[in-house]
Design a binder for this molecule. Structure first.
Ligand SMILES: *[C@@H]1O[C@H](CO)[C@@H](O)[C@H](O)[C@H]1NC(C)=O
Ligand SMILES: *[C@@H]1O[C@H](CO)[C@@H](O)[C@H](O)[C@H]1NC(C)=O
Ligand SMILES: *[C@@H]1O[C@H](CO)[C@@H](O)[C@H](O)[C@H]1NC(C)=O
Length: 144
């Protein structure tokens, strides 16, 4: 088993000679399905509850990591905020509460499988202050 994995790895590495700094793939079958919701253009308001949803329609037969974690990312930075933890990645969705963060439109939901080696990010979503407190739409100025 070890030998065949090694062979496979070497074959992959050989096939990859073109790429200068190719990162080797983790040989374990760590499963991280893609996030379906939130999607591009989603706006969440602080304090709301939402189901983060991912595509669990095609899991591998053997999964080494059944436990998922959801964190939040702003711009290029994964923040320390954990939205959900210790849930089965096979569930397909998990309910989270939108945390009280600075408003912005460059947030992403990060779904981790295993211990954080691999992750899938949602497209950018906006986190806004509470819906009821303020009308956030901006007026457009017209030029004549
Ligand atoms: C999340 O999904 C569960 C199961 O389908 C449902 O019971 C729950 O109401 C949903 N929560 C939200 C905030 O939509
Ligand atoms: C994770 O969830 C399982 C099953 O629900 C539970 O038995 C276990 O205590 C939980 N672990 C932590 C660290 O919360
Ligand atoms: C917010 O303001 C915009 C334009 O200023 C208006 O069209 C919209 O109806 C307002 N929304 C609410 C919830 O008051």
């Amino acid at each position: 088993m070890k030998f065949s994995l090694f062979t496979l790895f070497m074959t992959a590495a050989a096939a990859n000679l073109g790429g200068a700094a190719a990162t080797p793939l983790d040989p374990r079958d760590v499963y991280v399905p893609p996030v379906l919701y939130p999607h591009a253009g989603t706006v969440w308001f602080v304090g709301q509850r939402h189901n983060v949803t991912w595509d669990n329609s095609n899991p591998p037969k053997q999964i080494t990591n059944k436990i998922g974690r959801i964190m939040i990312r702003k711009g290029d930075l994964t923040t320390p905020v954990i939205l959900a933890d210790n849930f089965s990645i096979l569930l397909g969705h998990i309910e989270v509460t939108v945390p009280w963060v600075e408003d912005g439109s460059d947030y992403q939901i990060v779904l981790f499988g295993d211990s954080g080696n691999l992750a899938h990010c949602s497209p950018s979503l906006a986190l806004e202050p509470q819906k009821s407190t303020k009308n956030i739409s901006r007026r457009k100025f017209r030029r004549n």
